[in-house]
Design a protein around this ligand. Structure first.
Ligand SMILES: [Zn+2]
Length: 465
């Protein structure tokens, strides 16, 4: 099935992703123009586009930044913006020069062409290690009537086929995320009896090549069950290989021993001084019991405070409002994070209630295209769009607030409309897009034209000044 992909050279693979990014660059640079106008300006835009920028000190002119809200009475009806020249030095935003201000002389200068700058996006739940992305089209097998144990059996056959290309495919996914403005991520990585530590070794090789343009934490993920597949020893080995989080998976449905499974997971974290990020899909009362047991464990172990993430946490959808309030308060008090893909369908995650209670909620792609799902775009701005659409955020103010789930809480304007980002001294991480303000960006999800990470252009292009 994957023979074609295996025989592909890395160069051919990367050039394919490169073609995509060029198309996205042009689409982004032409912002709100008509398709016809965009086609006419394509050649011209390409000639004037700088795609490699190696200066450590430079100016980026005509960057659109948010200035404040415009109100009709109490209601935010619009967002005011202005064009700035960003002075970028040694990976930081050294200064924000307003239009007309005297600029430091002699610096190389580039043009953002009025594109809006958004804070860098964070994909905080993805599986970079096992993906069909970059290979031939392949839909997942039908899931009806299949249990997670059936999926694990399928993986046992699939993993040896994926491993030969997993490093280059991880690089392809990194390029995809960058093209959507993400340069910060948390990737789960299989630790299982079939691939052993190989998935992790390949992922680390891919990340090593992107040390300068992509930051990624790794979660060692016992996809076939920590107890069920007897990988406690492998997990402990993985912890010595630069992994930051101990993963876990449905302790009742997969390991058939909720407390024992969670205890084993937490023990690895405590012994190795790491955090925890568990996949918890269970919606039965067992899922609720697992959440309560994890909160109890964190309460009893100060070392785990602020270091535990529950991914998915679908069981929270089954709680009464009173129980939810109580659970959210306990999650917040223990610094526990929820990672959600913002699912659509019958499971409406109570994300606004969690956020209101002070729980840190982050989002991620999970699957781009693999044997679980073919629908992932790798675009965190799209997650903000989903969040706004699902939770009645269609007005200017709430659209702009929805961006927080994609950026780790970093927003251009605070709730009162004062500029909170960017500030001089901030790391120069941002993405440029063809929108007039972040509310429009969230609602319309325009293409990104460029992504900067620590002052380096890591995707797309900017103009020549
Ligand atoms: Zn996942």
């Amino acid at each position: 099935m994957l023979e074609h992909a295996v025989s592909q050279s890395r160069r051919a693979f990367l050039s394919r992703t490169g073609q995509l990014t060029t198309a996205a660059t042009i689409a982004g640079l032409t912002g709100g123009m008509s398709r016809e106008a965009a086609a006419q300006t394509t050649d011209c835009a390409r000639e004037n586009t700088v795609t490699a920028l190696t200066d450590s000190h430079y100016l980026l002119a005509d960057v659109r930044l948010e200035e404040g809200f415009e109100r009709d009475g109490d209601v935010v009806v619009a967002t005011r913006t202005a064009l700035y020249t960003l002075e970028i030095k040694d990976g930081k935003i050294a200064a924000l020069h307003a239009a007309g201000a005297a600029l430091p002389a002699g610096l190389p200068a580039y043009q953002a062409n009025g594109q809006l700058a958004l804070p860098i996006m964070r994909d905080m739940h993805i599986h970079l290690d096992k993906t069909f992305y970059g290979g031939p089209w392949q839909a997942p097998r039908p899931r009806q009537g299949k249990t997670i144990m059936d999926m694990i059996a399928l993986e046992e056959k699939l993993l040896p086929q994926l491993l030969p290309t997993s490093e280059q495919r991880a690089e392809g996914l990194i390029a995809l995320l960058q093209s959507h403005g993400s340069t910060i991520a948390r990737s789960h990585c299989n630790i299982d009896p079939v691939s052993g530590l190989k998935s992790l070794e390949h992922l680390k090789l891919a990340l090593e090549k992107h040390k300068a343009d992509f930051v990624c934490e790794i979660v060692a993920f016992p996809q076939h069950g920590l107890l069920h597949s007897k990988v406690d020893g492998l997990m402990r080995e993985a912890m010595q290989m630069g992994v930051e989080y101990v993963g876990g998976l449905d302790p009742t449905n997969v390991d058939s021993a909720m407390e024992k499974s969670l205890d084993a997971m937490f023990q690895i974290a405590l012994d190795t001084n790491k955090g925890v990020d568990i996949h918890l899909h269970e919606t039965s009362p067992a899922g609720v019991a697992a959440i309560n047991y994890m909160i109890d464990t964190v309460e009893k172990n100060q070392a785990l405070r602020g270091k535990v993430t529950i991914s998915h946490a679908f069981a929270l959808t089954t709680l009464t409002p009173e129980k939810l309030e109580e659970t959210a308060a306990r999650l917040a008090a223990n610094g526990m994070t929820i990672a959600s893909t913002v699912p659509i369908g019958s499971l409406m995650m109570p994300l606004p209630q969690l956020i209101k209670a002070g729980v840190f909620v982050m989002t991620g792609t999970d699957s781009v295209i693999d044997h679980w799902s073919p629908f992932g775009s790798g675009d965190m701005l799209e997650k903000a769009y989903l969040y706004a659409q699902l939770y009645r955020g269609s007005d200017e103010f709430h659209l702009s607030r929805s961006l927080a789930i994609s950026t780790g809480g970093v927003l251009p304007l605070d709730n009162d409309g004062n500029r909170a980002w960017p500030k001089a001294g901030d790391e120069a991480g941002f993405t440029l897009t063809g929108a007039s303000c972040s509310a429009e960006a969230v609602a319309r999800v325009p293409a990104r034209s460029a992504t900067f990470h620590k002052g380096s252009l890591v995707f797309g292009g900017v103009g020549k000044a």
